[in-house]
Design a protein around this ligand. Structure first.
Ligand SMILES: C[S@@+](CC[C@H](N)C(=O)[O-])C[C@H]1O[C@@H](n2cnc3c(N)ncnc32)[C@H](O)[C@@H]1O
Length: 214
């Protein structure tokens, strides 16, 4: 029988849970510091190649951070919005800045299977490949001033989940995005709130690609 000065079993379990939680919080902070802050710094000051090399070098940590931040929740909201404007599940969709394939998994979950991925970071795309998410994989950037190898009017929709970020895909890539998206197609993306201020109106945006031939 436990005497009054011995810790009770549930207290012990409670404090183990607390200590596990605070270890996890610390781990998340450390990862945030190491990965997210560095991605932001490279987006600000680095070259596209430095950014790509950083992603490639830290694939596992990046993936772990994405899991910790429940990255899939934002992707789910984005793809559910896409489904409202692109109801036909057979249409051709390009996931740009596809990374490890979170948005692709959400597209699959909703029944889209005609989906391709584009990303410059091979290490990230390899994770998506290992999970058989997309049909085609383009190891490529989208740049404002250079055509990708993708033909004009190839896709019914293009989506970018967490990829419209400083030093990643920028607003001036819009003409190239419109070139590869069919007339009447959809270009959809999300942006993390912390990237936005003071441009909050960009929080969520869908472009209807109706203007490309004007
Ligand atoms: C924050 S991650 C988002 C990842 C992804 N959507 C996922 O589900 O894992 C940003 C992605 O954009 C890619 N990226 C960076 N610059 C790019 C560019 N110019 N064109 C296309 N993708 C780019 C990075 O390689 C990275 O995979």
């Amino acid at each position: 029988m436990a005497t009054s000065d011995e810790p009770r079993l549930e207290d012990q379990h409670g404090s183990e849970r607390q200590s596990r939680q605070s270890n996890n919080d610390q781990r998340r902070l450390d990862l945030d510091q190491k990965i997210r802050q560095e991605i932001l710094r490279l987006g600000d000051e680095g070259t596209p190649e430095e950014l790509r090399d950083f992603y490639n070098k830290h694939v596992e940590e990046y993936y772990e951070l994405s899991e910790l931040h429940q990255y899939s929740i934002g992707c789910r909201a984005l793809i559910e919005s896409l489904a409202e404007v692109v109801p036909d599940r057979s249409l051709r969709i390009l996931d740009i800045g596809a990374g490890t394939g979170y948005a692709g998994k959400e597209l699959r979950r909703l029944g889209y299977d005609n989906i391709d991925a584009l990303d410059p970071a091979e290490g990230l795309l390899d994770i998506a490949k290992s999970q058989n998410i997309y049909q085609k994989y383009f190891l490529s950037y989208i740049f404002p001033d250079k055509k990708t190898i993708i033909e004009d009017d190839s896709y019914d929709a293009a989506c970018m989940a967490g990829a419209v970020v400083k030093g990643h895909i920028t607003m001036d890539c819009l003409p190239e995005l419109m070139r590869i998206t069919k007339k009447g197609g959809v270009i959809i993306f999300n942006i993390g709130e912390h990237y936005l201020k003071p441009n909050l109106f960009f929080k969520f945006m869908i472009w209807k690609n109706a203007f490309r031939r004007l």
